[in-house]
Ligand binder design. Structure first.
Ligand SMILES: Cc1cc2nc3c(=O)[nH]c(=O)nc-3n(C[C@H](O)[C@H](O)[C@H](O)COP(=O)(O)OP(=O)(O)OC[C@H]3O[C@@H](n4cnc5c(N)ncnc54)[C@H](O)[C@@H]3O)c2cc1C
Length: 498
């Protein structure tokens, strides 16, 4: 066995959650090692969509522009019945969302992971080892000793914290004996990614075809690709569905022969479940290791990225002297958000995965009647604000998401690029900065009337006016700590992260 390596944080799993967490920790200067058992990025079909909030997280780690160059957008997400009637419709998915990026960004997950890998290769505080496989860990309350298999033999890594970002079948989770709460919605589907030669023959919007004969998904992906998914019905054998002749038959009604070439195919079974504990001492879980969702809302990778954003600043604060109990706020803050999105995906999935003709006819009648009564498109997912954790309870908008406003003009700047990473104190008037000294998590102050904020003055003033506040503290993950008078706010921030 080689000598024991030492790091502040060890991340097991270099998928999107682990890589994003590592890149966020890089910004806080936290010495981090990421290990992944695979030699290369996972090649099979997975995420096709990320939302505006997650693009903002990628913006923070310098990955958004490279990723945006590979993304496509579309104006609608439609749920149609077998006759082509609209059962449910989400419009405006190509518009700019609160995160300052399009509401829905259609991606190719390996392209996203390549962008993250390229950023990691340039990191100074974070390194990544491939073909390093987690085997076991021992924790003593102060640190974790992890044993891994490497191509050169076994290695031991000592770290203050270990984050299991090792996916749905997480060995870290199993080693810690953490069980799931199962929300009992799982089905087998065939997924096909295709290379596009002729976009004019493909639907320009995202579709769920709620046909009981064969529930089907047809969505855009990143530049140059398109995706179909077909439900494998009860009684059918998943193994039969990887047959190219059967795939050609399934694609026939789409009339895309010559317009696309099949690139990748896989049969997968989705789940809806949430780990009971996301922290056990010095070990934390993130991403699919902590929760799994059916794919209909396109939120699995998104939820993992939000975990990373929540965890990174807290791990950094604790490494810089904040109490370790700060990490106890991670699960209460994140779980309700993840659960709401899983429930939303289950609602969508139950609409789509109906294979009983009578039940489908009943569903159609109910949903068509509802749309007739309320013809507007459906609202965005109902995501609750943070209700417990590092927020100033009772203050206006505490726990809500702080929007990334855009500057005016063709080359509109984004607020985060101007203010940078970390926590912000935004005030109407200048404040005495001495009260910000000595904070465990420093505040980056900015005044609405300042030259640096002048491109954003109108939307920021409108936000302050709408909520009747004179100051806001925005946490590093861009959720609002609280609002109110600046002096009281700074005091509360200091006390909560003392
Ligand atoms: C068909 C399909 C469609 C999807 N569509 C979407 C979508 O549109 N939008 C969306 O947001 N999400 C979507 N998802 C979900 C998304 O792909 C996952 O949520 C995301 O990949 C989870 O990222 P992760 O980093 O948490 O886990 P993973 O991507 O699974 O990464 C885990 C990593 O850990 C490594 N690892 C595992 N065990 C060990 C070990 N013992 N030692 C070292 N390393 C280890 C693995 O090699 C892997 O690299 C979809 C998934 C599927 C299957």
């Amino acid at each position: 066995m080689s000598a024991t390596l030492s790091h502040d944080v060890l991340i097991v799993g270099g998928g999107p959650t682990g890589a994003t967490l590592g890149l966020l920790l890089e910004q806080f200067g936290i010495d981090t090692l990421i290990i992944d058992k695979e030699a290369a990025i996972y090649p099979l079909p997975r995420a096709a969509h990320i939302d505006h909030e997650v693009m903002r997280i990628f913006q923070q780690i310098g990955a958004a522009n490279a990723l945006a160059a590979t993304c496509r957008t579309t104006s609608r997400y439609d749920f149609l019945n077998a006759k082509g009637e609209v059962l449910m419709r989400f419009e405006g998915t190509d518009q700019i969302g609160a995160g300052g990026w399009p509401v829905a960004n259609m991606i190719h997950q390996p392209a996203l992971e390549s962008v993250l890998a390229e950023r990691l290769a340039r990191a100074r505080h974070v390194s990544m080892k491939r073909r390093w496989k987690f085997k076991s860990l021992e924790a003593d309350g102060e640190a974790v000793l992890t044993r891994v298999d490497t191509p050169e033999g076994e290695a031991a890594i000592k770290a203050r914290y270990v984050v299991g970002a090792d996916g749905a079948r997480s060995t870290v989770r199993e080693t810690c004996g953490i069980a799931f709460n199962d929300m009992h919605f799982d089905e087998h589907w065939l997924v096909i990614d295709a290379i596009v030669h002729d976009y004019s023959r493909l639907p320009p919007v995202n579709l769920q075809i709620c046909d009981p004969e064969r529930p089907t998904t047809c969505v855009l992906m990143g530049e140059g690709r398109h995706r179909w998914e077909f439900m494998i019905k009860p009684g059918e054998s998943p193994d039969d569905f990887l047959n190219d002749e059967l795939i050609a038959t399934l694609l026939k009604p789409w009339n895309v022969e010559g317009a696309v070439t099949l690139e990748r195919k896989a049969v997968y079974r989705f789940n809806a479940r949430i780990a009971k504990e996301w922290r056990k001492g010095c070990v934390l879980l993130a991403g699919d290791a902590a929760h799994q969702t059916p794919p209909f809302a396109g939120q699995g990778l998104c939820a993992g990225s939000r975990d990373a954003a929540n965890l990174a600043w807290k791990l950094a604060a604790v490494r810089k002297g904040a109490p370790d109990t700060l990490l106890d706020t991670y699960q209460p803050e994140r779980e309700e958000n993840a659960r709401a999105l899983i429930e939303f995906a289950i609602m969508m999935g139950q609409t789509v995965c109906t294979t009983d003709k009578e039940a489908a006819a009943k569903r159609d009648a109910q949903m068509l009647a509802l749309r007739k009564a309320q013809p507007d498109s459906n609202a965005a997912p109902p995501v609750p604000p943070i209700a417990a954790g590092i927020i100033l309870k009772g203050s206006v908008k505490a726990g809500s998401y702080f929007p990334q406003v855009l500057g005016e003009g063709a080359d509109a700047a984004r607020l985060d690029d101007v203010l940078g990473p970390g926590a912000w104190l935004l005030t109407r008037e200048k404040v005495d900065l001495r009260s910000c000294e000595g904070l465990r998590v420093p505040l980056r102050p900015a005044t609405l009337g300042s030259a640096e904020l002048s491109p954003f003055a109108a939307p920021l003033h409108a936000w302050f006016d709408n909520h009747g506040v004179s100051a806001v503290i925005v946490r590093p993950d861009r959720y609002i700590f609280g609002t109110g008078g600046p002096v009281a706010l700074i005091k509360a921030w200091g006390e909560m992260i003392a």
